[in-house]
Design a protein. Structure first.
Length: 319
């Protein structure tokens, strides 16, 4: 392996952005609470729109702070990602029966570790892990890989400051999306009398709630159980609640269209909003499955026509 990592003279100072992100989250959540409380005040329009504007301003601030920490690219974050890639490569190598392919995965992991050494991280846990990887060098590459993989499996993402900050702000973003989805459903129930519009909001809020809860479960699994959190998926964590809201509405539209096709009438009833909310929640929670289902429908509806005999002449089939 490469040379032993340089000793950092001091720990990386605590990021001051995380307290600001927590403050923006608290003010945004407080603004949403004021929106709900304003419905009971005498001056409903002024209090309602003022609270809504306050919640929107602090939500934007919290969103940009979340982006700043989700896209951390300091030495610690890059080193963590390099070691994460080495862990994946070595796990693939251990699962390979073909010795040549296993050796290729081992070399890929070695290259990632070389990059981690060059980052010279400030985190004590990362420096200790790199020192231990240096000590695990042996004559046989499989033995070295197995021991080094044990070192990487013991690494805790919360021990790396920049990774810990990214996890915190992304978790808070999911909590915010849950609060926003619940507030939207509550406002639709309180102030919107038009059943179609209320039902659409129920579908969107249900999709947002389902996607956010799925994200929280996934974050907990990758941080506390598997310990393989990667900041490469920050886009998925930040956009899944919005995508879940859109898919909730899309699935609701499909359900209405199917019901209309089968019965020639739109489904109505006092229980319809609750059913739509549950449908939206399931659509957001099982977002990937819903996307695969929609992709299958799109391929079926818009499948390309088979090539003509003339078009097939003089062409070779790909293997």
């Amino acid at each position: 392996m490469a040379k032993e990592p340089a000793k950092a003279t001091r720990e990386r100072p605590c990021e001051i952005g995380v307290p600001w992100a927590i403050l923006a989250f608290t003010l945004s959540a407080g603004g949403m609470g004021l929106v709900w409380v304003s419905l009971t005040l005498p001056l409903v329009p002024a209090a309602f729109y003022g609270s809504l504007a306050l919640a929107g301003i602090f939500t934007l601030a919290f969103f940009f702070l979340s982006l700043m920490h989700a896209m951390q690219r300091d030495g610690d974050a890059v080193c963590w990602e390099a070691l994460h890639h080495a862990r994946i490569s070595w796990q693939q190598a251990i699962g390979e029966r073909d010795d040549q392919r296993a050796r290729l995965f081992y070399e890929r992991g070695q290259s990632a570790v070389e990059m981690a050494y060059r980052c010279e991280p400030n985190s004590a846990s990362l420096r200790q892990a790199l020192t231990q990887l240096k000590a695990e060098e042996t004559a046989h590459w499989r033995t070295e890989m197995a021991r080094s993989l044990g070192v990487l499996l013991a690494l805790d993402p919360f021990s790396v400051p920049s990774v810990r900050n990214a996890i915190w702000v992304q978790s808070l973003w999911q909590v915010w999306a849950i609060l926003a989805g619940g507030l939207a459903a509550g406002l639709a129930w309180q102030i919107i009398n038009a059943v179609p519009l209320r039902t659409l909001i129920y579908a969107a809020s249900g999709g947002m709630l389902g996607a956010s809860l799925y994200n929280l479960r996934t974050l907990a699994d990758h941080v506390a159980v598997q310990r393989d959190y990667s900041s490469r998926f920050w886009v998925d964590y930040l956009t899944r609640p919005m995508v879940g809201a859109v898919l909730g509405v899309v699935v609701y539209a499909f359900a209405i269209g199917l019901a209309w096709t089968l019965t020639l009438q739109s489904p109505v009833g006092s229980q319809m909003p609750k059913v739509v909310f549950a449908l939206g929640f399931l659509s957001g929670y099982a977002l990937r499955s819903v996307l695969e289902w929609l992709n299958g429908i799109a391929k079926t509806v818009f499948r390309s026509a088979p090539p003509s005999a003339q078009g097939r002449e003089g062409t070779e089939e790909l293997p």
